[in-house]
Structure formats: structure tokens, C-alpha cells
Design a protein around this ligand. Structure first.
Ligand code: NA7
Length: 540
């Protein structure tokens, strides 16, 4: 059927993406009595957890709080099996949520939204999918994820490679058997650090191509203790409150002491305890690890010493020791046996900062100093974070202006929720919101609730159009920038927080670093003040 002849399906709201965000958005829209549809590219729910099926894929937040809080019945009935949930378990959880809340009947799978165009006369959006369908809705809500647009490096010769290659975020559903294979992994971010120990166990030989050595903290994963699970369930109200009142959406506080306020041996003891406990909580050991370079140096040095202690070959250990950014200024990975993996005889570490990859040939990878024959190549090279998934859709707002054009010098937004010139479009965990600096479900729930409250407010008052003002957007952008510069985060010059991992991407600090609780309070105040900084208008 020619595209123009496809029937126009009309709803109050169209949500793009059926991961954590899109599913909850649908649930909330339904409870408002809105008609809504979710358009999802995958064949199932789960978003990030639908696509990222690489070996070792696991969440770095702990299972009991990397979950929805909106339904006490749900959190009481679901049983997590491990301290950190594996990808299949999270996907089972999200499938369960989809069934439990009967979400699937309003989700259209296997449709990728290619275009969203504002019809300003009607204050509504018209969307198209790659299947040729057309949708129309007053509200266009993106739930596309922050890390969903794979970054595949443009390395000359990739098309000539005779073996198989994969990006970790588009992993074959049937899995990959590396038995007897010479495997290369490019990338040592959180993903590479999870995948490398698992692939090493199966492959005949593993070569890791590392550009930036990374700090990593042991996860200390293990089976969920039934007594702990019972304690969590009994204490969920307090746990969820702690998450909402936190800086990062985790239920633990940050130690209020500055690192240098305690004697050296006491500080070492605290780091050692945090190291033994494992996980992202390490960065909460002292109040100022992300604001004082001197404080951070003590944590960075502690981890460097651990790497040197763990890795037997001193040359390999030195290559693994991070040197160009302070701890946690790039997303800190957590691992299970990562540094230990380099003690295996069948694992080779290649420093591609020193000897860059020159090309991929039919038989493997060639760097400026050697060739590495490979049967399989895995790109754990991350994502075009935050803006990538939004700019992948041709979004056109007022006067036909494209989002790509509006964001040519980096994203602009008000609260990471709306873009001026794009009325009635809401971006769940968009750039300029805390998003990737937090436990994602916490940020997602806060955004979804704010958006649905806003839609309810508009409906109750006969308002049909909401748009962030340019002034509010400008002031928020300046605040996002200033919040980042109050921390050490911008010091990591190769960080994807800054867009630095994608060639040509504007260098703008993307997430809001002012803290989750502060941010959520600001959003609530703005709503309570009648959506200060937004213009709301009734039907013309
Ligand atoms: P990341 O954190 O962006 O890591 C990607 C890794 O790939 C990182 O080590 C990069 O080195 C490396 N990389 C990227 N491009 C290249 C090229 N061209 N050559 C060599 N090495 C390259 O992505 P992840 O998937 O690990 O993690 C993303 C998030 O997912 C994570 O933070 C969690 O929130 C879940 P670089 O550091 O840029 O030098």
C-alpha cells in the first residue's frame, strides 16, 4: 500500500519504545483514561534488556531495587535469584510485568518509528513506521532508552572480515558459541568488562583491544539470600523512599565525610571494606570522591594498587592501570573476575591507544604494530548515548524544523523532558536529566509520573498544547553545564557522558549531574507552580 494510503490510527498518546519506560508510561496513560499505543522495534518487550544478550550481560544495580516501585503487589510477588540480575532474568521480569498489567494488547511490536512530524494546526504529532503504518496523537512520548543506538566504529576493512562479527547490543538471540575460536573484543567499558571473563572461558584464545584502561570494582555477585529477600520485602517502603531521596537513585547514602578528613589507615580500611562488599557503592565511600581531585586520587590509587596486586604479569598490569581520568568520571564498571582474566595464558591484551587499529582484514585485526588472526570479533564499543536514539528518528517540530537541526551543536532541553519548538513531545530520561547517572528505573518512574501528571493537568483544564519556553530551556542548559562543572565528571575527556566516543558528536555534557533528589524536587516545584517555564494553551 502506498504510504499515504495507509490508514491513520489516532490515539491520545503514542509512546515509542517498550522497555522499562514505555511500559510504565502505557500503564499510567491507561489509568488516566487516555487511549495510547506503544510502538516497539523489537519483537518483545524489554528495550535494553531485549537487545543486550551478550555473554555475561547483567545489571550493575542490585536486583531488589533495579525494579519498578509503583506496584507493591509486584515487588512483593517477584523473586530475584541473584544479587545482580542477569539479562534473561530482567527480561523475564519485564515479560511478567507486561502480562500482569495486560500491556501487550496496546504494544505494536516489530515497528520502528522512522518519522514524527508536528501538525501544529491541530497540536498533534503524526508518526510513521518502517512497516508503512501511520499514527497520530496529541502527545508523542519517547521512551527510546539512553543506550540503545549502537556505536560501531568505522574501521576500514570491516566488510572484508572473513569471520563473524557482533556488536554486544545487537546480539543474536540464539547465542554465539565461541568454542575453539580465536575471538577479539574491542572495548573495555562496562559491557566489555562483563563479557571478557565469560568469553575467555569458552574461546580458544581471546585478544582484548583496549583503548582506555578502566577502573573496575568487584561485583561480589551471588545467589539472593532468602532472609535478605524477606527483609527487603518487609522494608520496601523505606528502600523506595531512600532511592527517591538519593543522589543516584540507589537506596544507599553517600558517606558524609570528606576522604581526607580521616587518617590514612582508616581511609584504606574503609576502601578495603567497600572493595570486599563490592558494587557501585564503592563510589559512595566518601562525600567528595566526585568533587575533589585530591579525594578522588586516594580512591583511584587504591584501585590501581588492587589491579597491580591481581594481575601477575607486571607489563600487563601496567597496561590495565587507568591513568587518564579520575575514578568514576567515566561510568564505573563492576566485574566478576575481570582483572583475573588477564592471568590466563589464552588471553592477550593489546593497547590500541599506543598501537591503534589500522584496519580489519579478511583474517583479523591489524594494528600499527602487529596482526591478530581472528575467527570472531566482538564490538563492546558502546553507544551513541542519549541523543543517538532520538536523532535516529526524523523528528520535525514547529515550522518543520528538525530535531537534528535544533541539536546540531548539542542537545537543548528543559529538564531533559521537553525541547522548545517541539510542543507535546516528551522525552523520558532525555539529555539534560539525571538518567544515566542514576539507577535507571528510579529516573524512569519519576519522569513517567511527571509526564502523566502533566497530561492529566492539561486534560482537566482543557489545555491541548504544552511547550517549553526558549528562556527556560536556555537557563536549564546553563544549569546542566554548571552542575557538571561542580563535579570532576568533565575531566574524563573520552567519556560518552560528553559525547566524546562518537566521532563528530558535539562535546556537551549530556546528563544532569546535580543529583536525582534535587532534580525531582525541581520538577515537582515547576509542576506545582502551574508548569513554570512551559506555555500551556487551550484548544484554539
Ligand atoms: P562504553 O562505556 O562506551 O565503552 C566502550 C568501550 O569501547 C570503551 O572502552 C571505548 O574506549 C571502546 N571503544 C569505542 N570505540 C572504540 C574504537 N574505535 N577503538 C577502540 N576502542 C573503542 O560502552 P559500554 O557498552 O561498555 O557501556 C555502556 C553503558 O551500558 C554502561 O555504562 C552501563 O550503563 C551500561 P574509550 O574509553 O572510548 O577510549
Amino acid at each position: 500500500m502506498p504510504p499515504e494510503d495507509a490508514p491513520l490510527r489516532t490515539f491520545d498518546a503514542v509512546v515509542v519504545g517498550a522497555g522499562f519506560a514505555g511500559m510504565y508510561m502505557l500503564h499510567r496513560l491507561r489509568s488516566l483514561g487516555c487511549s495510547a499505543v506503544v510502538l516497539e522495534a523489537g519483537d518483545g518487550v524489554g528495550g535494553t534488556w531485549y537487545w543486550n544478550r551478550y555473554p555475561g550481560a547483567r545489571c550493575d544495580s542490585e536486583s531488589y531495587y533495579y525494579s519498578y516501585s509503583f506496584s507493591d503487589e509486584l515487588q512483593q510477588e517477584w523473586e530475584w535469584s541473584e544479587r545482580y540480575p542477569r539479562q534473561p532474568e530482567i527480561l523475564r521480569y519485564l515479560d511478567h510485568v507486561a502480562d500482569r498489567f495486560d500491556l501487550r494488547r496496546d504494544i505494536r511490536f516489530g515497528r520502528r518509528v522512522t518519522e514524527a512530524v508536528l501538525d501544529d494546526g491541530d497540536a498533534c504529532w503524526r508518526l510513521r513506521t518502517d512497516t508503512g503504518e501511520r499514527y497520530s496523537a496529541r502527545f508523542f512520548i519517547t521512551a527510546v532508552g539512553c543506550l540503545s543506538s549502537a556505536n560501531i566504529p568505522q574501521i576500514p576493512g570491516l566488510e572484508t572480515f572473513g569471520g563473524r562479527w557482533f556488536h554486544t547490543a545487537t546480539w543474536p538471540h540464539e547465542g554465539v558459541d565461541f568454542t575453539g575460536q580465536r575471538v577479539g573484543v574491542v572495548g573495555t567499558g562496562s559491557t566489555g568488562i562483563q563479557a571478557i571473563p565469560v568469553i575467555a572461558q569458552q574461546a580458544k584464545h581471546l585478544t582484548v583491544f583496549q583503548r582506555t584502561p578502566n577502573y573496575s570494582i568487584p561485583a561480589r555477585n551471588g545467589p539472593m539470600d532468602p532472609a535478605f529477600q524477606r527483609e527487603v520485602k518487609a522494608g520496601y517502603a523505606a528502600i523506595r523512599r531512600a532511592q527517591r531521596e538519593s543522589t543516584n537513585g540507589h537506596p544507599f547514602g553517600i558517606d558524609p565525610r570528606p576522604a581526607l578528613s580521616v587518617p590514612d589507615d582508616e581511609r584504606e580500611r574503609i576502601y578495603e571494606e567497600a572493595w570486599q562488599r563490592g558494587g557501585l557503592r564503592f563510589r559512595a565511600a566518601f562525600a567528595d570522591l566526585l568533587t575533589s581531585k585530591e579525594a578522588n586520587d586516594t580512591a583511584s590509587e587504591f584501585i590501581r594498587a588492587k589491579i597491580r596486586e591481581t594481575v601477575r604479569d607486571p607489563g600487563t598490569a601496567e597496561k590495565l592501570v587507568p591513568y587518564d581520568h579520575p575514578f568514576a568520571t567515566k561510568r564505573p564498571p563492576i566485574d566478576t573476575g575481570y582483572f583475573e582474566t588477564y592471568n590466563r595464558d589464552d588471553v592477550t591484551l593489546v593497547d590500541v591507544r599506543k598501537s591503534p587499529i589500522v584496519e580489519i582484514t579478511a583474517s583479523g585485526v591489524r594494528t600499527s604494530s602487529a596482526s591478530y588472526p581472528l575467527d570472531c570479533l566482538v564490538f563492546a564499543t558502546g553507544f551513541d548515548a542519549l541523543t543517538g536514539p532520538l536523532l535516529a528518528v526524523d523528528i520535525r517540530g514547529e515550522g518543520g524544523r528538525s530535531l537534528r537541526d535544533a541539536w546540531s551543536e548539542g542537545p537543548r532541553s528543559y529538564l531533559g523532558l521537553q525541547v522548545s519548538g517541539f510542543p507535546n513531545m516528551f522525552t523520558i530520561t532525555g539529555p539534560g536529566s539525571p538518567s544515566v547517572l542514576t539507577n535507571m528505573p528510579t529516573s524512569i518512574e519519576q519522569h513517567v509520573e511527571w509526564i502523566s501528571d502533566c497530561i492529566g493537568y492539561m486534560r482537566d483544564r482543557g489545555l491541548v498544547r504544552i511547550e517549553a519556553t526558549e528562556d527556560a530551556e536556555r537557563a536549564w542548559g546553563a544549569h546542566v553545564e554548571e552542575a557538571a562543572h561542580r563535579t570532576l565528571l568533565p575531566m574524563a575527556s573520552t567519556s560518552w557522558y560528553l559525547g566524546a566516543n562518537v566521532p563528530g558528536k558535539p562535546r556537551v555534557f549530556l546528563p544532569y549531574a546535580g543529583g536525582f533528589a534535587t532534580y525531582a524536587r525541581r520538577c515537582a516545584e515547576i509542576a506545582a507552580a502551574g508548569y513554570d517555564g512551559f506555555v500551556l494553551t487551550p484548544d484554539r
